[in-house]
Write a protein that binds this ligand. Structure first.
Ligand SMILES: [Cu+2]
Length: 634
């Protein structure tokens, strides 16, 4: 790609911005008044009288990332125009919460820094209020009011057409997965969606193995040539460095296969019962490869769990939550750009010139790299339903999205009883009205459907309830439980759970990992750990096998990160100087770090030497620098 000189580009952009700003103020105010408030649509009145269309502009000021839309309530008439002017240094979207029958938002527009965009989909809607939000930063929320007229659409009520797909379960000691392209049913109507899969489905088969029993997984790469070499990581598991799915070594080139070995033990003992997942981890391409479908779930069964009577069999349901955007022909769009069809022949950064000296450049360079889908899928399908009995269910919730977070809740106010983290059970069950899950985080919960025969319960995601700082969570209805019959239920959740033992944390911090945005608009930007972009040839920290270390994770950027540590299962020692909340008192491998947050974690390094990764699990951040290496040595 040819590069325009950055300074020239900046000057041109500034000039355009000034021009557009002036135009918008005039176009938006049909009465020609010089009243900027009215032009920006903050006035809720919006009765221009007669037949003049009322138009409005949503303004995003500098600092909109944290401050939200500067004009969160705007009014247009049915024949009016909605536009967005973004004066922030981050790209944002204006997206409607209301959707059509396939879950596509009624309107959705991406507005880069300094840009102004029209929102054509907002014209002609039925009169009423419409929730709006930024897909990249869902803490930014507002309301569009459409006045006047009759007719037009409000959007469709979610219908939950497709049955939930429960991926096939594989229990063999040696599992074989062919990575291949396949057409998968994701949306209720129209064509299937072409995906890159493990074994022909998305999610791939759920691998289910007893703790402590060696498991071999052979993956063969039959993907199209343009996919390149792959590398599979079993997220949360403790295993040898060469079996970790390294980003640049032990790869699986096309036409070849590789066998990963997981002993499912830690320091000679069986691992705790766990809810892991496997996914691609190739350097620079992790977001693309996951977006394309290279994801599956892995359950480690602890025999002690059988004795305590948790729901089992068909009442133990793994649910993988992940967002994607689709073209009109139901095909996956390109990363970052919902309007661009995925260019599977392109092996570089979508919309970026690539790493160049100091950093990435182009419209999707950090911090404007966000692989966010318009539709949220469960087990690879949009808005599925599951017929259930009026009994307890164990739901294993995984967020496998590249970027988005969800605050999960149930439509009738029924709580979740959280029993585990994904890396074993909590010391005691925690009753929660809602659960926030960022990329790669899991929650093991029990839900009680007793007394609900004939009712439907919807699993939803709502705006974050826990914090006023940090990147928010998406909003939407994810799936429906149709409670249809009574049945015997001998399951129970005891007051105390067989939780894994935690290490005694050392009082000294051995390593501080600081997560930030670095670079500048002229030379390019990148996501950084301790000021540096990922370099596979650099070891950032060395640990002695057998030692126990406490690490400090801190976020000095303006956005939330979800930080994943490979290899060990970690104890959360403190969050912002306080003891961690009850649901963070088991073992963990991925932590939320809101802006300014500091989390201390500790683990003992056992069994395996070699390099392992520290990275943000927002996959665009990982691909664009936010990864580092620690090495365990004898
Ligand atoms: Cu991040």
């Amino acid at each position: 790609m040819t590069r325009t000189h950055p300074r020239t580009l900046a000057l041109v952009l500034l000039a355009l911005l000034a021009l557009l700003g002036a135009l918008v103020v005039h176009a938006a105010d049909p009465s020609g008044r010089e009243d900027a408030t009215a032009a920006l649509g903050t006035g809720a009145g919006g009765t221009a009288g007669d037949t003049e269309p009322i138009s409005a502009t949503i303004l995003i000021d500098r600092g909109g990332l944290t401050g939200g839309y500067a004009t969160p309530r705007v009014t247009i008439s049915q024949d009016g125009q909605l536009s967005v002017l973004n004066r922030d240094t981050y790209a944002h979207t204006v997206t409607s919460e209301a959707t059509d029958a396939s879950g596509r938002p009624l309107f959705d527009v991406v507005v880069g820094p300094g840009e102004t965009r029209a929102v054509p989909g907002a014209t002609g809607l039925a009169a009423g209020d419409y929730g709006i939000y930024c897909r990249f930063h869902p803490n930014m929320r507002g309301t569009l009011t459409v006045v006047g007229g009759s007719g037009g659409t409000h959007g469709d009520k979610q219908k939950f057409v497709l049955p939930l797909a429960v991926p096939p379960t594989v229990r063999d000691a040696h599992v074989r997965l062919d990575m291949r392209q396949a057409d998968v049913r994701m949306l209720p109507d129209g064509r299937r969606t072409r995906a890159w899969t493990y074994g022909g489905s998305w999610p791939g088969p759920t691998i289910r193995r007893p703790a402590g029993e060696r498991t071999l997984v052979t993956v063969a790469n039959h993907l199209p040539p343009r996919a390149g070499s792959m590398s599979m990581h079993l997220h949360g598991d403790h295993h040898a460095s060469r079996h970790d799915g390294q980003p640049t070594s032990y790869l699986v080139p096309r036409g070849h296969s590789r066998t990963y070995r997981y002993d499912l033990t830690d320091n000679g003992r069986p691992e705790p019962g766990s809810f892991f997942w496997y996914h691609d981890h190739r350097m620079d391409h992790t977001a693309r490869n996951n977006w394309m479908g290279l994801q599956g779930m892995f359950i480690v069964d602890d025999p002690r769990e059988k004795r305590i009577g948790l729901p089992r069999g068909a009442r133990d349901v793994p649910l993988m939550i992940s967002d994607r955007s689709f073209t009109r022909h139901n095909q996956l769009t390109g990363l970052h750009e919902p309007d661009m069809v995925m260019d599977m022949g392109h092996d570089g950064m979508d919309g970026m010139d690539g790493m160049d000296g100091m950093g990435y450049t182009g419209p999707h360079a950090p911090p404007n790299d966000a692989s966010v889908g318009t539709q949220i899928l469960v087990n690879g399908r949009f808005a599925p339903h599951l017929r259930t009995e009026a009994v307890h269910y164990r739901l294993r919730l995984l967020n496998s999205s590249a970027f988005s977070s969800y605050e999960l809740t149930l439509s009738d106010g029924r709580p979740f009883v959280q029993i585990g983290t994904g890396d074993g059970l909590l010391p005691e069950p925690v009753v929660r009205q809602s659960i926030l899950l960022g990329p790669s985080q899991r929650a093991d919960v029990v839900v009680d459907f007793h007394g609900e025969v004939g009712k439907n319960v919807v699993l939803k995601t709502v705006p974050r309830t826990d914090s006023e700082t940090g990147t928010g969570s998406r909003v939407g209805e994810l799936m429906q439980f149709r409670v249809r019959s009574k049945a015997p239920d001998r399951s129970s959740v005891p007051d105390r759970l067989p939780t894994p033992r935690l290490v005694d944390p050392p009082s000294d911090i051995s390593m501080t990992w600081t997560f930030s945005l670095e670079g500048d608009e002229t030379n390019g930007t990148f996501w950084a750990i301790n000021g540096q972009a990922y370099d596979p040839d650099r070891i950032d920290h060395t640990v002695t096998l057998g030692s126990t270390e406490a690490w400090l994770l801190r976020n000095t950027s303006e956005v939330t990160h979800y930080v994943h540590l490979h290899e060990e299962q970690w104890r959360t020692v403190s969050r912002d100087g306080q003891p961690p909340p009850p649901w963070e008192q088991g073992l963990e491998d991925t932590w939320r770090l809101d802006p300014g947050e500091e989390v201390v974690v500790a683990a003992r390094f056992t069994d395996h030497t070699g390099p392992f990764m520290v990275h943000c699990h927002m996959l665009d951040h990982e691909d664009h620098g936010m990864m580092a290496t620690f090495e365990v040595v004898r």
